[in-house]
Ligand binder design. Sequence first.
Ligand code: NAD
Ligand code: LMR
Length: 353
Amino acid sequence: MSTPTPVTVTVTGAGGQIGYALLFRIASGAMFGPGTPVRLQLLEIPAGMKSAEGTALELQDCAFGSLASVEVTSDPSRGFEGANVALLVGSRPRGAGMERGDLLAANGAVFGPQGAAINAHAAKDVRVLVVGNPANTNALIAAAHAPDVPPERFSAMTRLDHNRALAQLARTLDVPVAGIGNVIIWGNHSASQVPDISHGWVQGPEGTRRPLPQALTEALGGTCSLESWLAETFIPRVAKRGAEIIAVRGSSSAASASAAAAAIDHVHDWVSGTTDSWTSAGVVSDGSYGVPRGLVSSFPVHSRDGAWQIQQGLEPGAEVRARISASVSELAEEREMVASMGLIERGHGRTGR
Ligand code: NAD
Ligand code: LMR
């Protein structure tokens, strides 16, 4: 029997909190299946090297059958060498008194060089998931510095928002999470994101499916209208869940295990394909739904043959359209900001590259 070819996975920020929650799951086979060997390449800055090295020792001690090797480095050319999948987690968190522009400037300086290193050293089939915030615009910056990698191989993580929406809906309806489908996160991975249930379904008895709006209206039982529940409870709960977790866990702890789980789900579905429900991912816009070309925005997506495809033909209602427009304006502003800082060329991506 021939041994399957190993997949090389680079994880940046490997010494951080998400790295610690993510690496053991990748190594155990959760991303590609236990039969696929994984080579892990952990990329850190010098200050994070000791933490990443300690994690590498523990990875060895787990004796996972699917872990082929682990390497730790602070050299991006070594870290991205031959990468089939690159998870860009490492980035500078927002510090006290830092404005969005400061964060974009600090992280633009990280994601530009990493895009260039991916362009020069990764495998031809590389797929890149940006987790580090601001994830959408960091993905745009990385893609802009990788002219030989097709832009559709760069994506930004909104799967955590998608999973948060599923979990809230499952609790409200008292059904399993797996019984809900076709929920959407549109726009930016920020408080302006648009969780949208209007095309969703919930599984009923004997394979039947009911529209989510109908099921939710019944579950609310006249206590409030669906519109006010969406606007006042559901949307802010999902969009501000990161801040809620930080407040509850403590100011230095953000969502890490759930972010790691979402990164696993994102790459798993990208590589293996989605089933009957779409999911949400930040992908480079081709102009669908009026989102300007080149912006990395979250859309409903399927994965077919290892490529994300934006679900076409949906008709969001006026309220959802207005929210999408506001979130996309924020993305356009971020693109302007990083262009004015010289981190990308002005007009990048507007004509398809
Ligand atoms: P953390 O501070 O615990 O770890 C970040 C790690 O990145 C540190 O070890 C640091 O040394 C490393 N790092 C910094 N710059 C680097 C570089 N240039 N190259 C390699 N490594 C570098 O943070 P965390 O909790 O692991 O979160 C990481 C990022 O993920 C943050 O930006 C956070 O806001 C973001 N995040 C995104 C989502 C999402 O849904 N997209 C969810 C949760 C967190
Ligand atoms: C999250 O969604 O949990 C992260 O992006 C962290 C944050 O600042 O909200």
